[in-house]
Design a protein around this ligand. Structure first.
Ligand code: PEP
Ligand code: MG
Length: 325
């Protein structure tokens, strides 16, 4: 088993007809980056930084964060490491920051909204990321973006952080790539308006699905209504990918759907460039990528886009997979 895993890890994620797919891992801690590589990740598509804010009673210092980001960058040996700025608030309770109790935490004060309000905390994080960027392929990603103004405001804080480091004579990658999560339907719908302002998109299907379908992702009573392969979600995914390609940029996906083997062929068919998932999902998804052609995936995606029910789409995708063995 271990031998098979090791062999799979070193094989490229290339389709039968030669299209290379970026197959990345999601991590919550720097220490998990090496494991993701062992499982075959060619990069980190989502480094969730919440843990740094949740583990202590106090806010993490620039130095704490720098060490963590640097460790991840070094573990990836120059391959991409997409660090998502803090996605705290909402349902995630913190000891280091008093946040008001809210009626609708998922629609409330969280993620980039906190960062743009507490620019002191945000700038500290950006400085740490920038400082670590000379140790590997670090990129920055903003969570829960809803408007182009937010992208610009976040980039303004980033510019200030860069200015400070420059004045202090501290090295950083001045061409660091900056992307956004596409997890609020507004961004997917208007993706063409956002694409010129970012280097890449990464679709967060966990939140995109919850907001598109108005289904709380934590509520088991309505779990059956939580359908990432719902036609509306797929249309948003398709539109996002096309908008990025129109301006020669790439779209990845770091929500759970990216690691679901049932979705792999459909997502290749829609043109998804990068898949990021928990390390354990990588071998199976890679195996599918290596056994299909883009042409058959495109045909499948075309057919799926005509279907009106998530249940039909799932059943069809499962049947195709079963037929392939
Ligand atoms: C998502 O929303 O799909 C995502 C990857 O972010 P998180 O699960 O951390 O909200
Ligand atoms: Mg999310």
């Amino acid at each position: 088993q271990l031998q098979i895993l090791k062999e799979s890890a070193s094989l490229p994620a290339v389709t039968q007809d030669g299209k290379e797919i970026l197959l990345f891992g999601n991590v919550g801690k720097a220490e998990d980056a090496a494991h993701a590589c062992q499982m075959g990740a060619a990069g980190i598509g989502l480094f969730r930084t919440e843990f740094l804010y949740m583990k202590h009673d106090e806010l993490p210092t620039e130095e704490d964060q720098f060490e963590a980001y640097k460790a991840a960058a070094e573990a990836l040996q120059g391959n991409p490491v997409i660090i998502r700025t803090m996605d705290i608030g909402g349902d995630k309770e913190l000891k280091c920051l008093q946040l008001p109790k809210e009626m609708n935490p998922f629609l409330g004060f969280r993620a980039i909204r906190i960062s743009l309000d507490r620019t002191d905390i945000f700038k500290t994080q950006l400085r740490a990321i920038l400082r670590a960027s000379v140790f590997g392929g670090i990129q920055i990603m903003y969570p829960m973006i809803a408007s182009v103004e937010e992208v610009k405001a976040a980039n303004a804080v980033l510019a200030t952080a860069k200015d400070e480091l420059r004045a202090e004579g501290i090295a950083f990658n001045k061409d660091i790539q900056v992307g956004i999560m596409v997890e609020i339907p507004a961004v997917a719908v208007a993706a063409d308006l956002f694409a010129p302002h970012v280097d890449f998109f990464s679709i967060g299907t966990n939140d995109l699905c919850q907001y598109t379908l108005a289904v709380d992702r934590m509520n088991e009573a309505i779990g059956h209504l939580y359908q990432p392969l719902h036609p509306a979600v797929l249309r948003l995914v398709k539109h996002t990918i096309e908008a990025s390609h129109d301006v020669k940029k790439i779209t990845g996906m770091c929500g759970e759907l990216a690691g679901d083997p049932v979705a792999t062929m459909i997502l290749i068919g829609l043109g998804l460039d990068e898949f990021s998932m928990s390390a354990s999902a990588i071998p199976v998804v890679k195996n599918i990528i290596r056994s299909v052609t883009v042409a058959e995936c495109e045909a499948m995606a075309q057919k799926v886009l005509t279907m009106s029910a998530a249940g039909d789409i799932v059943a069809y995708a499962k049947a195709v997979l079963a037929e392939k063995g």
